[in-house]
Write a protein that binds this ligand. Structure first.
Ligand code: 3H9
Length: 722
């Protein structure tokens, strides 16, 4: 009946079958082309004499929503362009809902965003039992724009709609069935037969599909008091959960609220108006940009993985401290057998305790059963000996952060490993090329830098030393991915990517504290700006001993910017015996509340140790700039030096490794939102603050051309500063 590149409409036994099958893609999305083809198919359907329509997908999953790759251009093109982008599918779904026969969406595996919105425009929705459905738009900083805020509350009720849309969660088929979003959940093999049966019963007049349609076009069936209560409690919940940096969930609530007493057609106008507003926010651009950057790093990791000669079947971790225990636990959780080696039974006990604690919390949260916990723990094989390492195809060294200790342990481990095994170090700062000098097979050695706490931090840096082979990198990426981590490959340098820029940020903090700014105020300003914790608190969490050691490594490597002639605030506290959170005292004092969570209060000893009265007044914007500029500059340097391969990887490493606020879309996207030129002008005002604040040549070149990190086709080729 209709043949497009993506959509095909066929007719069988009086029923129409509309199939989505996007060429050369693993999932179907609503691209402009798909939308136009749906319009074409509807033109045919409206004049055909079929008695029912089923919408199916030829892919593994139904539909993943709007094509997010198209958002960036549209969102920056102004209100009119955004509305124009939305209108064709709003109209398509209205026409779909008005067809002169029953319609059913046949959902396999996933119907998200616009995919579920189209399904909601159908009279019935059936799904396979493993399917998930949802409206994740608020996670992208927008709201459903093709009728989701209108139809979902009318189909499933206000509470369900508010919950689903505000959280953006993916909902399992059985839950969606209970919520009446789905009408049937069946085995995947029965989906088509079930759809045919449903449509035939509608055609025979056995099912009242027109009554359902009617319900979807009416105002919400709620009295004023009920509605008022539901909206007010949802508003309080959303404000608390989303926080002030994420406006989309409240915009979705406003759209639903304004349209509640109206017909669906009028309610759609409220949705459109709110969509147009949120789509123009920096948050929407940032979050949809993050999705694309995230897809890019996932694809890059897949490409590495494809080059790997051998998957990891048996992992070994050497050094059973917090990090070693954490890595072993993560392996056990993901089903990978792991040998946990230490020289000391106490170390083994600590590592196992750490693993049991992390897994135990999963049991408490209902994410794992007790037998599953027991099963996972049996995957960890503790040992005090080197011999078992012979069976490992990948070994991760996680001993103390000291060059000579690491070199001797690595050499011992290498001697025990099978000839083909890969050896990795979980060092957080020490050069991989330097560590490799202790090894016989430096090409089979790399860095695998996990972040603390291992189970919670998504990033792993895979560090390529001067002699590391491509296969070693590929196997390390494959292993990190198998452990459920986001792997980003970086080239070797002190601190690699993440710690190198983090310590530039800490150098900014030290400068402010040296100038007499209250560290608790700096922490407040930076958390208010969006960081999960302020720099002083973060130093305490890292551990002042670890931070001081890393600071020295960075100072030696990057003397000009991070070198100091006087002890830093971190060094002063550490020299006074403070260790940070783990010792109970650092910049803050830590005590446990009744639920065992650490609570912090400013440490009254600190100002005296720092030798400051902390009375200096600097405005909050300058504090942000003085904290962020060193980080931006250092990130530019790592890009220029090729430590990190792309702008997207640099930004995702900051988000996943440091918790950089996602609503700002990454460090470099944040600079883009200000403009490279404007950012350089701001730095001009700080030029007396020293080398940390000299705009990097890459930044200057972008500023001179009026270009941006994400807008330029290639970063300007500039001469290095060091
Ligand atoms: C929306 O619908 C708004 C409307 O209300 C109104 C709009 C105007 N767009 O992740 P995977 C690609 S907002 C473009 O590796 P998985 C992805 O890039 C949208 N591309 O697989 C990748 O490409 P490649 C609401 C998309 O199985 C390939 O598909 N929807 C989109 O691990 C495979 O993806 C969402 O927020 C997309 N929407 O996970 C869903 N979706 O092969 C976003 C996927 O070239 N998507 N791709 O690398 C997801 O959450 C996951 O991709 C999904 C599959 C769960 C679908």
């Amino acid at each position: 009946m209709y043949h497009g590149e993506i959509l095909t409409l066929t007719r069988e036994a009086g029923l129409a079958r509309l199939e989505f099958n996007t060429p050369d893609a693993s999932v179907n999305v609503f691209s402009r082309k798909a939308i136009a083809e749906l319009t074409g198919a509807l033109d045919v359907l409206e004049t055909s004499d079929v008695t029912g329509l089923m919408i199916v997908s030829a892919k593994d999953s139904f539909l993943a929503g709007a094509d997010i790759n198209e958002f960036s251009d549209v969102f920056t093109a102004g209100a009119e362009a955004i509305a124009e982008h939305l209108l064709p599918n709003i109209d398509n779904f209205r026409r779909l809902e008005a067809l002169p026969f029953a319609t059913v969406a046949v959902i396999n595996k996933l119907a998200l965003g616009g995919g579920l919105e189209m399904a909601l425009a159908c009279d019935y929705r059936i799904a396979d039992s493993s399917a998930k459905v949802g409206l994740p738009e608020t996670r992208l900083g927008i709201i459903p724009g093709w009728g989701g805020t209108v139809r979902l509350p009318r189909v499933a009720g206000l509470d369900t709609a508010l919950e689903w849309i505000a959280t953006g969660q993916e909902v399992a088929a059985n839950v969606a069935l209970k919520a009446q979003v789905l009408d049937a959940v069946v085995d995947v093999a029965q989906l088509q037969d079930c759809a045919i049966d449903l449509l035939q019963r509608c055609a025979r007049g056995e099912l009242p599909y027109l009554t359902r349609r009617n319900q979807k076009t009416q105002p919400l069936a709620l009295n004023k008091i009920e509605a008022g209560l539901a909206f007010e409690s949802a508003k309080a919940m959303i404000t608390q959960r989303a926080g002030r940096h994420y406006p989309a969930p409240l915009a979705a609530l406003a759209a639903i609220r304004e349209g509640a007493a109206s017909s669906a057609a009028e309610a759609a106008q409220f949705e459109l108006a709110h969509f147009v507003t949120v789509a123009q926010t920096d948050t929407a651009k940032a979050l949809s940009g993050l999705f694309i950057a995230d897809q890019f790093i996932a694809k890059t990791a897949r490409q590495w993985k494809a080059k790997s000669s051998t998957p990891t079947h048996q992992l070994a971790v050497v050094g059973a401290g917090i990090m070693g225990g954490g890595i072993a636990c993560q392996a056990a959780l993901r089903g990978l057998p792991v040998i946990l080696k230490d020289i000391d039974q106490k170390g083994i006990d600590l590592g196992l305790k750490e693993a049991a604690k992390v897994l135990g919390r999963r049991v408490d949260k209902g994410k794992m059963s007790v037998p599953e916990l027991a099963q996972a723990l049996t995957r960890i094989q503790p040992t005090l000996h080197y011999q078992p390492l012979a069976s490992a195809d990948m070994a991760v060294e996680a001993v103390v952060e000291n060059v000579s200790v690491k070199k001797s342990v690595l050499a011992e481990v290498e001697a025990e490993l099978a000839a083909g095994a890969v050896l990795a170090s979980n060092t957080s700062t020490i050069s991989i090329t330097e560590l490799a000098t202790a090894l016989q097979r430096p090409e089979q050695f790399c860095g695998l830098h996990f972040f603390n706490p291992v189970h919670a931090m998504p990033l792993v840096e895979v560090i390529r030393g001067a002699k590391t082979s491509d296969d070693t990198v590929a196997r390390a990426v494959a292993c990190a991915t198998a452990l459920g981590k986001k792997a980003i490959v970086v080239n070797d340098c002190a601190g690699f990517l993440v710690n190198r820029v983090l310590f530039a940020y800490f150098a900014g903090f030290a400068g402010l504290v040296d100038d007499g700014v209250d560290y608790t105020h700096i922490d407040q300003v930076m958390t208010h700006w969006g960081w999960p914790m302020g720099p002083g608190h973060l130093l305490d969490v890292v551990g002042l001993d670890t931070a001081e050691h890393a600071e020295q490594t960075m100072a030696q490597a990057f003397v000009q910017r991070m070198g100091r002639t006087t002890p830093s605030p971190t060094a002063k506290l550490y020299q006074a015996g403070l260790l940070g959170q783990k010792g109970g005292k650092g910049f803050y004092c830590y005590e446990q509340d009744k639920r065992g969570r650490p609570q912090k209060t400013p440490n009254p000893e600190v100002l005296a140790l720092l030798g400051t009265d902390a009375k200096a007044k600097i405005d909050d914007d300058t504090i942000v700039l003085r904290m962020m500029a060193p980080l931006v500059n250092e990130l530019c340097r790592t890009l220029h030096e090729g430590v990190v391969g792309s702008v997207a990887e640099a930004d995702m490493a900051m988000v996943y490794g440091l918790g950089f606020p996602p609503h700002r879309g990454g460090v470099l996207r944040w600079v883009d939102s200000i403009g490279a030129r404007a950012f350089c002008t701001q730095l001009e005002m700080l030029k007396t603050e020293g080398p940390l604040y000299q705009a990097e040549p890459v930044l200057q070149a972008l500023a001179a051309k009026g270009d941006s990190f994400y807008g330029c086709s290639a970063l300007p080729n500039v001469s290095s500063t060091q």
